[in-house]
Design a protein around this ligand. Structure first.
Ligand code: C2E
Ligand code: CA
Ligand code: CA
Ligand code: CA
Length: 275
């Protein structure tokens, strides 16, 4: 048994070694991802439930690694937050998406994810201002998606930054609502324009009474605070029907459109059918 234990330990160490090396490699490659043009943005429609019309898109980052292929954001964004490379990457995403959205005939909104590291970095509000100025995008068309956990690092600082951004006319959405903590006080204290219900609740609204209750409660909260609510991760008609019946404003998910290159959505961005 002792032998076996040692063998296992060695195996474990080896695997750890691989993981550490792999991580270092990803860290290293990430530093050059922007300049090498390996990043791209895919867009996912956000849809008004009552009319079925698209009102905007969420920008989602993709990394096309020359060897690994597409690396999912859940893998490389946490690493880039630890190393600080998220600052350059986040700036690239903001510039790229605002430039893209400014070119649309149809003035749809563009929602951009902002990491805690970006939000707390000096000069974030100035960056947003400069990008809006440079690209000519109307501030009202930009929505920044912020998670609760991004706020708590330094609440006063986050609040000051968001107030400055909001004063430019930019919208702010609370992302992944329900998965963090102290959500209610944050909702009250911060200048949010929208609540995004996390997909873990949406997914089960049609099958779990508990999930349905949570979603109804968030919708009631939104009504009380005068904030529209978007449900994320809508995959089935049953989920969408439930949300519509409960007066949820907007939805986003595979049922309404998978994230894809913006060219796939030219009918929406031009506002006319594309052959
Ligand atoms: P998120 O902000 O909650 O984004 C929604 C995620 O749900 C996206 O995953 C999207 O592709 C996925 N999704 C959309 N509809 C459905 C659905 O119907 N079913 C299921 N199962 N999933 C759906 P993605 O693109 O892999 O992004 C994962 C996370 O990475 C995002 O979660 C966000 O936290 C982060 N992220 C993505 N792009 C950026 C970025 O530019 N900057 C920062 N800081 N974070 C980003
Ligand atoms: Ca988001
Ligand atoms: Ca989310
Ligand atoms: Ca479901």
């Amino acid at each position: 048994a002792k032998q076996e234990g040692r063998g296992r330990l060695r195996f474990y160490e080896t695997r750890m070694g691989v993981q550490v090396r792999e991580r270092r490699q990803i860290e290293h490659d990430l530093r050059h991802a922007v300049e090498r043009g390996e990043l791209r943005v895919v867009y996912q429609p956000q849809t008004r439930i009552d009319t079925g019309e698209a009102v905007g898109f969420e920008a989602l980052l993709r990394w096309e690694h020359p060897v690994r292929g597409t690396v999912p954001p859940n893998l490389f964004i946490p690493i880039s937050e630890e190393t600080g490379s998220i600052l350059g990457i986040g700036e690239w995403v903001l510039r790229e998406t605002c430039r893209e959205a400014a070119s649309w005939d149809n003035p749809l909104r563009i929602a951009v994810n902002v990491s805690a590291v970006q939000l707390h970095a000096p000069g974030f509000a100035e960056l947003v201002h400069e990008v809006l100025f440079t690209t000519g995008l109307s501030p009202a068309r930009l929505e920044l998606e912020i998670t609760e956990t991004a706020l708590v690092r330094d609440l006063p600082r986050a609040l000051a930054t968001l107030r400055r951004v909001k004063a430019m006319g930019v919208r702010i959405a609370m992302d992944d609502f329900g998965t963090g903590y102290s959500s209610l006080s944050n909702l009250r204290a911060f200048p949010f324009d929208k609540i995004k219900i996390d997909s873990s609740f949406t997914r089960s609204v049609d099958t779990s009474e508990q999930a349905a209750t949570i979603v109804r409660t968030v919708l009631g909260l939104g009504r009380g605070l005068g904030l529209p609510v978007l449900a994320e991760g809508v995959e089935t008609k049953a989920e969408l029907e439930f949300l519509g019946a409960e007066d949820c404003h907007e939805a986003q998910g595979y049922l309404l459109g998978r994230p894809g290159p913006i060219d796939r959505f030219r009918d929406l961005t031009t506002g006319r059918p594309v052959a």
